[in-house]
Design a protein around this ligand. Structure first.
Ligand code: AMP
Length: 425
């Protein structure tokens, strides 16, 4: 079958890489893609925000499945538009995508379904928000309700900072996404990323992963989209996975179905593993980036078959197999990221890096200029290693990075440190 993948990041390169290995695939297209994706798919210059042009392309090229990578087109209702046009797609409808599109929606759903999460209040009125703040302790977390490209969360250490964050949010710092603010209890514990395919009724967990959100070594500096990830995550034991499924994922799937908005696609739970058990920090309604890069390195099953089983509602009879190997990815970002990344610098040595055994290089923000590969985004490359242990996977990834000649970029030197410390003990 012909498949259209939407997106242009490292997540999409990893998905394209896995989809291209499927015996069910005839031809893979990607819109808009990047220089790495172009090696496994035909890239087409379409904007996922332009629903009409996507539908027209699907009709012209007889696309039988559209895989929607990023959240923005999902929250904007691309799934519904494709469904109305009779085109099969992987991802939730607009109403189900509220799980990511509105933090307040998700918090209310958690309250209703008894799902463990941070205590919270949601406000559109500044005075009401300030009155609530006055009754809370610090640190406290201030979040814009809507999609704010990962920038809408402030962890305030003082009450003054918290008030300033609430004022900024309700004052329009995030546009319409910040018209409502969620004020949340600060959770303490270890974070983990949890993914489950959901067909509206059944949820099937994927392998576990953990990412590093801060820009600097030792988990310091500003938050980013993610500077690296590894799988499996030692904190997600079989018993913890079981708890997350029974206490968080399954009640969510059930409640969404009961509300007439069944969730189909991949549910990505950001978790805090606290002293009393797992708590939901937030939901995303698409694959994680860079977690997908390590998951795809470990996936032994046919990804396309799994996505079809999800959209067709037959996950109950589906099983996924994972390699026992570990995988670890290191993000190489352009100098200046996460502020203003410097674009247009040349990256050399990729062929040498790719030749390192047990390594795949997924492109996140690149373009080709003749024979040259040019940095074209904040996060630019995901150098991904596989090995018997997290340490072996890490050694493979960093051996490949040593071959890459790119003065215009930087990376963290300590990806996987938590897992490595646990292995030592
Ligand atoms: P989010 O966009 O909701 O995932 O938040 C971004 C990051 O902020 C998370 O990955 C956490 O590191 C942190 N965070 C968000 N909410 C909380 C919370 N209630 N307690 C502690 N940390 C949080």
């Amino acid at each position: 079958m012909n498949v259209l993948l939407l997106g242009s990041g490292g997540r999409e390169h990893a998905l394209a890489w896995a989809l291209s290995a499927s015996p069910l695939l005839t031809k893979l297209f990607c819109a808009p893609g990047n220089a790495g994706i172009a090696e496994v798919a035909q890239c087409i210059p379409l904007d996922p925000a332009n629903q009409d042009s996507i539908i027209e392309f699907c009709r012209d090229e007889r696309i039988e499945l559209v895989v929607i990578g990023p959240e923005a087109p999902l929250v904007a209702g691309l799934g519904d538009a494709l469904g109305d046009a009779g085109i099969r797609y992987f991802g939730p409808t607009k109403s189900a995508a509220q799980l990511e599109g509105s933090k307040g929606f998700t918090k209310d759903l958690c309250r209703k379904a008894g799902i463990p999460t941070a205590a919270y209040g949601r406000f559109m009125d500044l005075d009401a928000a300030k009155t609530y703040l006055a009754s809370q302790s610090v640190p406290i977390v201030i979040k814009a309700d809507g999609l704010a490209a990962g920038k809408g969360v402030v962890i305030a250490e003082t009450r003054a900072d918290a008030e300033a964050a609430v004022e900024a949010c309700l004052g329009g710092a995030f546009g319409a996404a910040g018209a409502e603010v969620v004020i949340e209890e600060f959770l303490v514990g270890e974070e983990a990323s949890f993914f489950a395919l959901c067909d509206g009724v059944t949820a099937l967990p994927l392998a576990s992963a953990q990412d590093h959100k801060r820009v600097g070594d030792g988990d310091t500096g500003p938050n980013t989209g993610g500077m690296g990830a590894y799988s499996p995550a030692p904190v997600m034991t079989a018993a913890m996975t079981e708890r997350v499924m029974t206490e968080i994922i399954n009640p969510t799937v059930k409640e969404m179905a009961a509300r007439g908005m069944p969730f189909k696609g991949v549910l990505f739970a950001g978790l805090m593993i606290t002293a009393t058990g797992p708590k939901l920090i937030e939901y995303n309604v698409r694959f994680g980036d860079p977690e997908t890069q390590v998951l795809m390195m470990r996936l032994k099953s046919d990804l396309l078959a799994a996505l079809l089983a999800t959209t067709d509602g037959v996950l109950k009879t589906f099983d996924m197999r994972w390699s026992d190997d570990a995988a670890l990815t290191v993000v190489m970002a352009a100098n200046g990221y996460p502020g203003t990344p410097q674009k247009g610098t040349e990256i050399k040595g990729l062929d040498l890096a790719k030749a390192v055994p047990n390594v795949e290089i997924f492109h996140a923000g690149t373009r080709r200029d003749g024979d040259r590969i040019i940095a074209d985004g904040g996060r630019v490359l995901n150098v991904t290693g596989r090995g018997k242990t997290v340490k072996d996977a890490r050694d493979a990834a960093y051996a490949a990075i040593a071959k890459i000649d790119w003065p215009g970029g930087f990376y963290r030197k300590d990806i996987g440190w938590r897992a490595l410390e646990r292995q030592k003990t």
